[in-house]
Design a protein around this ligand. Structure first.
Ligand SMILES: Nc1ncnc2c1ncn2[C@@H]1O[C@H](COP(=O)(O)OP(=O)(O)OP(=O)(O)O)[C@@H](O)[C@H]1O
Ligand SMILES: [Mg+2]
Length: 354
């Protein structure tokens, strides 16, 4: 208790003794005593007079808040004006009472203690929520890595096993074409054409599984993706970029690549678009990739669909690479915008392409 009058102090103690508290109290009158008392033991609450000869409740509040931000602080005063009381509450006091109306003291103390408990529980809940969100984010990153590794392994197997076998088959068919009787040769020529298609399909599947982002470079890989999209959907794409090559780390490169892949898949699945614009701009430590279609546009609640993970996954990926994704209605249709920080040296070769 911050109180200069021993009599008032005893009156407060007597008031509290009528409540169901087991009170251990100490009276202090000035700053040094308060600092010492706070350092000496953990208190449950501070009850402070407003105006003391060498101290005031607002100074006391400052001292208390500096060492114990959530310690209940109640002002009890004979002459506190309403304005001062309001200011004290705004600065973090829990309650104020008139000395003539001490009957409310017990309840005020209980309220302040309950409020502190609620604050602590909320902070604890927020901390634990933050922790599980962080764990979830890490798990997601790990799963993404596992999926990418697995895709790369499957792509390698297709290349080494299936690719090898198909190549051997092509040699045999060529031999039959050259050395077989005319009917067999004709049949073999036909089979070789089918085989060429099978080889192209295998190559496409390999590319899909494990983009050649690192081998051919990101810009080339984006070109390839756009070409595939054009071929598959017959939707014309206006593709522009202001660099010819980009030297990015794997995380950033894969983020850009997978963003375009998901956006293109979404356009073919949902948009009913007749035209598409894809723009890549890199420079000044920043990369942006914009995919804008002229389709039906996003419906209300589309981005909150519980079983849709494409765009949510992209946001997570972008955040992991230090950037962000924005999905919004375009002039017409839908516009997906990815923004990533990149090293200043990343735009290795200026020039641009269309
Ligand atoms: N380009 C687009 N045009 C119109 N609607 C779109 C477009 N892109 C996304 N949407 C809408 O937003 C929803 C969410 O997209 P999202 O990619 O997150 O999930 P999804 O494609 O439904 O499923 P998946 O998890 O396989 O990606 C889609 O279901 C669709 O209704
Ligand atoms: Mg999708």
């Amino acid at each position: 208790m911050i109180e200069d009058s021993q009599l008032d102090y005893e009156l407060l103690l007597a008031t509290l003794s009528r409540e169901p508290f087991d009170v251990v109290a100490r009276r202090v009158e000035e700053r040094a005593e308060l600092v010492e008392a706070l350092a000496q033991q953990a208190w449950d609450a501070v009850i402070s007079d407003h105006h003391l000869p060498r101290f005031s409740s607002s100074e006391a509040l400052g001292v208390v808040r500096a060492s114990a931000p959530d310690l209940p602080f109640i002002i009890v005063s004979g002459l506190i004006g309403e304005e001062t009381a309001v200011a004290a509450m705004r600065n973090g006091a829990d309650d104020y009472l008139m000395k003539g109306r001490l009957a409310r003291l017990g309840q005020a103390l209980l309220n302040a203690l309950a409020a502190r408990e609620a604050r602590r529980e909320r902070l604890e809940a927020e901390r634990s929520l933050g922790e599980s969100q962080q764990q979830l984010r890490e798990l997601l990153a790990h799963l993404d890595n596992v999926v990418e590794d697995e895709r790369a392994a499957i792509a390698r197997e297709i290349h080494d096993d299936v690719g090898g076998l198909l190549t051997a088959l092509r040699f045999d068919l060529s031999w039959i074409e050259r050395n077989g009787d005319p009917r067999s040769a004709e049949r073999a020529r036909h089979a070789r054409q089918t085989l060429t298609q099978a080889m192209q399909a295998a190559q496409r599947i390999q590319h899909d599984l494990h983009p050649p982002v690192l081998d051919a470079g990101l810009v080339a890989a984006l070109h390839w993706q756009v070409e595939e999209f054009r071929r598959r959907t017959a939707i014309p794409v206006d593709f522009s970029c202001n660099v010819e090559r980009l030297a990015l780390d794997t995380t950033a490169a894969m983020t850009v690549y997978r963003t375009l892949q998901e956006a293109l898949t979404n356009v073919s699945k949902h948009a009913h678009a007749t035209a598409l614009r894809v723009g890549l701009v890199a420079g000044d430590g920043q990369l942006s990739l914009e995919i804008a279609d002229n389709g039906v546009g996003l419906g209300a609640g589309d981005l909150q669909k519980p079983s849709s993970f494409g765009l949510r996954g992209l946001s997570e990926r972008a955040a992991r690479a230090g950037g962000w994704i924005d999905v919004s209605p375009g002039q017409r249709g839908t516009c997906v915008l990815l923004s990533l920080p990149i090293p200043d040296t990343a735009d290795a070769a200026e020039g641009g392409c269309r």
